[in-house]
Design a binder for this molecule. Structure first.
Ligand SMILES: [Zn+2]
Length: 189
């Protein structure tokens, strides 16, 4: 691996977001300031900006490229008709329910009623929570990998000191990533 690839940046505010993410405080605003301010701008949830020739945004407190989000959005596009009952999806909640459950609101009401009637409701709830955690792990991995792939001259430690990127630091971040993922996995039921 070349030296330039190893010179990475890890910002103080990013570390705070990592902590927030692990502690489940994803929407919480971070306000870590440090002496190192290379192009650093506080970004808000949903904001879109250009950086290193790519488009970025913040989703669930996680910085990510638009292309990755676009791929997610394409999958989430709502068709005109429900794939299960073939009815036109015109109910005011259809769009919202399709994005999560892949069928219309009516189908989902029927689906939940059936689960409750057959005693499968609790298992289903667990499954939903677990898949939310999986989504969180996925977002988190994309975010850390993006951080490691940014090419900058240094990063800010938790104490606000600027350090140049080294193999040791990179390994530290990867170890931290593994630990955070382990933690998130333990939240699954
Ligand atoms: Zn339907």
């Amino acid at each position: 691996m070349s030296e330039s690839v190893l010179k990475k940046e890890f910002k103080g505010a990013d570390l705070q977001r990592l902590r927030n993410l692990v502690q489940g405080k994803m929407g919480e605003k971070t306000s870590v300031s440090s002496g190192y301010t290379k192009d650093y701008v506080e970004r808000k949830e949903g904001e879109i900006w250009e950086e290193d020739g790519r488009q970025w945004t913040i989703k669930n407190g996680v910085k990510q490229t638009i292309s990755k989000l676009q791929a997610v959005r394409d999958v989430a596009l709502t068709p005109l008709f429900c794939p299960d009952c073939k009815a036109l999806m015109k109910h005011r909640y259809d769009n919202e329910f399709y994005k999560i459950h892949r069928h219309c609101f009516d189908c989902h009401v029927k689906f939940e009623t059936k689960l409750k009637a057959t005693g499968q409701w609790d298992d289903y709830q667990k499954q939903v929570e677990n898949s939310e955690i999986d989504g969180m792990i996925n977002n988190y991995e994309i975010w850390v990998d993006d951080l490691l792939n940014e090419s900058n001259d240094g990063f800010v430690t938790e104490l606000g000191e600027v350090e140049s990127w080294s193999k040791v630091n990179r390994e530290k971040i990867l170890k931290q990533k593994e630990e955070a993922i382990e933690y998130l996995k333990k939240l699954k039921k």
